[in-house]
Design a protein around this ligand. Sequence first.
Ligand code: NAP
Length: 250
Amino acid sequence: MNPFDLAGQTAIVTGANTGLGQAIAVALAEAGADIVAIGRSPMDETQTKIAPLKRRFHAIKADLATTEPCARIVEETCDVMGRCDILINNAGIIRRADAIEFSEADWDQVIDTNLKVPFFLAQAAARVMLKQGRGKIVNIASLLSFQGGIRIPSYTASKSGLAGLTRLLACEWAAKGINVNAIAPGYFVTNNTDALRADKERNAAILARIPAGHWGEPQEIGGAAVFLSSRASDYVHGIVLPVDGGWLAR
Ligand code: NAP
């Protein structure tokens, strides 16, 4: 028995069209899972990557700026796939501005997308998982779940909140068969970090601090997602697992 095998499991992955979400969806499919890809953009590229793996794939169009689609996403997943075993709360946004002039709109949009929606999607998924007596929820946190950062006040608040929420949900649901954990990605090459990599000085400073010596490539997040989605992590609850090339060890 391979404890990392996800055959027969259905995984919901939000923000699966690109970046870390796409890489996680592909990694889960490689481990055997069927994928329900959620987002506001077309999922064609992700579907094409998963097609050779012969897993079932279903896309649900949903804008995760509000909680409105949360119940529908889980209902449709159960209708189409017959089950809902894994939820990867990955979709997220970032807004950059000095704290002194940060707008209320940039505060609300980030908190809603990165913290409020993940909670209500977890709640909707857990209602099914509790009946199944089993489930895995993985929140995509950040190094800003541990550190302050600069010029991203709502992002740091949202990701620090998500780490706390991960612990709370783990405490409530661990004895009921649901594992709630988080992954804290370090600095990865995705749309989220375009601005940082375009800034020569920031790019060099970040790179100089990463013990592994390179920005993370999206596929380097996959193993951690498979671990936290599989039986291999059945006694792991409420952790925030850094996948950061050693950044936090520095
Ligand atoms: P990304 O390429 O910008 O991907 C973000 C994903 O979230 C996209 O699929 C995006 O869809 C989706 N999304 C955002 N707002 C949405 C909305 N209202 N409705 C539906 N989907 C929405 O960045 P990424 O790096 O892969 O980010 C994935 C997660 O990792 C985020 O939670 C981010 O905070 C976290 N993270 C990333 C890094 C890093 O270094 N890259 C580090 C720490 C944490 P669209 O393509 O349609 O916008």
